[in-house]
Design a protein around this ligand. Structure first.
Ligand code: MG
Length: 345
C-alpha cells in the first residue's frame, strides 16, 4: 500500500515535471513586429526561455532584411507606404538543435486616436456586438482598436462572445459544432477566433484588443491562454494584438509565453507598481477605479505603462479622460469619441 502510494507520488511529480518541461519548449521571440518611415530597426531576437542562439534569415523575403547583433532590421528601400507587411522566417541554432519561426512585419500605419470600440462598433451601427460586422464597422470608422472577448468551448475551440452562455447554452460545456450552429441576432454565426483574426488581419490601421475571458479552473484557464497565444503566433498576428484579461494568472501566462506581448490587466485591484514589477504593458481599468485613484494615472505614466479606461460612454466622463491624456478609452460610443478627439486636436 505504502509502496503504491510512493510510486503514485513519484509518477505525479514526473508527470508535472514533463508538463512544465513541455511548456518550456524553446521558441523564437521578436520584441517588435512593425516598421515605419524612417525606422528600419524592427526589434531584438531572443529565445524563450532565454538561451544562446545564432539567428539566420530564411524564406522568400529574407533579402529584404538584415540581422546584426541579434537585431532585425528592414532595408530602407523596402519601406514603402503602399506595402502593408512582409513575412520573414527566422532560423535559430540553439544548443538543442535548430528551430524556426515565421513573423509578419507590418507597416505601422496604425491609427493613434485613442478610441477603442468595445466589442466592436455595434450600438449605432446595428451590428451585433462581438460579430465580424461589428469589427468591420470599427475598422471602417477608423478606431485605434476594436475589442472582443474569447471563450473556449468544451472541445477546446476558441470562440468570440461576451457572456459565458448563449441562448441557454454554456460555452465551456458545449461543443463548437453546437455553438457554431446558433445564429447571432444579425444572422451571423458565432465567430471563431481564427475567423475574427482573419478579418482583422486584412488591414493595418486598427488594432485588435483581445480579451481572454476567465474560465472555471486554473488548468482550463491555462489551456485557453496557451491556445490563444499559439494561434496568434501561427497567424503571425503579434503586430495587431493587445491582450487584456480580468484573470491575473491568464495575464501572467501570456507574459510567460511571450514576454514582449502587450498585456493589460482589467480588474482594477493592482497598483501600477505591482503591474510594472510583473512586466505588464499596461492597465485597463473601470473608469471608477481611476476616479477613486487618480494618482494611479500619473504613477502608471511614470512607469511607462499604457493606460486604458473602460467602458466610458458619458460625454463628460469621456472629456475627463481625454483631458487626462490617457492612452486609450474603451467605449460603446466610438462615433461620439471620434468626434470629440477631432475637436480636441
Ligand atoms: Mg471585453
Amino acid at each position: 500500500m505504502v509502496k503504491t502510494r510512493i510510486f503514485l507520488f513519484i509518477f505525479m511529480v514526473l508527470n508535472l515535471f514533463s508538463i512544465i518541461t513541455f511548456a518550456q519548449k524553446p521558441s523564437i521571440l521578436l520584441s517588435n513586429h512593425t516598421f515605419s518611415a524612417g525606422k528600419s530597426e524592427i526589434g531584438s531576437l531572443n529565445i524563450n526561455p532565454n538561451q544562446q542562439a545564432r539567428f539566420k534569415l530564411k524564406g522568400e523575403q529574407a533579402g529584404l532584411f538584415t540581422i546584426k547583433n541579434n537585431k532585425l532590421s528592414i532595408k530602407a528601400k523596402y519601406i514603402r507606404p503602399e506595402i502593408k507587411w512582409y513575412d520573414v522566417e527566422i532560423q535559430a541554432r540553439i544548443p538543442s538543435g535548430i528551430i524556426s519561426q515565421s513573423f509578419r512585419i507590418v507597416n505601422d500605419q496604425f491609427i493613434r486616436n485613442r478610441v477603442i470600440a468595445h466589442r466592436g462598433a455595434w450600438k449605432n451601427t446595428g451590428a451585433t456586438e462581438n460579430s465580424i460586422s461589428s469589427l468591420q464597422h470599427a475598422i471602417r470608422l477608423g478606431c485605434q482598436g476594436s475589442e472582443f472577448d474569447v471563450h473556449m468551448s468544451a472541445d477546446s475551440a476558441l470562440l468570440i462572445h461576451h457572456d459565458p452562455g448563449i441562448q441557454g447554452m454554456k460555452i465551456d460545456a458545449s461543443s463548437s459544432a453546437q455553438l457554431r450552429s446558433l445564429k447571432l441576432s444579425n444572422g451571423e454565426n458565432m465567430p471563431t477566433l481564427e475567423a475574427y483574426l482573419t478579418e482583422g488581419l486584412k488591414q493595418n490601421n486598427t488594432k485588435l484588443i483581445l480579451e481572454i475571458k476567465p474560465t472555471t479552473g486554473k488548468q482550463r484557464a491555462l489551456e485557453l491562454t496557451q491556445g490563444v497565444v499559439k494561434l496568434i503566433k501561427e497567424m503571425k498576428a503579434q503586430a495587431w494584438i493587445d491582450y487584456i484579461s480580468f484573470d491575473y494568472n491568464i495575464c501572467l501566462e501570456v507574459i510567460r509565453l511571450d514576454p514582449y506581448a502587450r498585456v493589460a490587466y482589467l480588474n482594477g485591484d493592482k497598483t501600477p507598481a505591482v503591474l510594472s514589477a510583473d512586466h505588464f504593458w499596461g492597465l485597463d481599468y473601470h473608469f471608477n477605479v481611476f476616479k477613486k485613484n487618480e494618482i494611479w494615472i500619473d504613477d502608471a505614466k511614470s512607469k511607462g505603462l499604457a493606460i486604458n479606461a473602460w467602458t466610458v460612454n458619458d460625454p463628460d466622463m469621456l472629456k475627463w479622460f481625454l483631458d487626462k491624456r490617457i492612452d486609450f478609452i474603451t467605449t460603446n460610443e466610438p462615433e461620439l469619441l471620434l468626434k470629440m478627439v477631432k475637436a480636441d486636436n
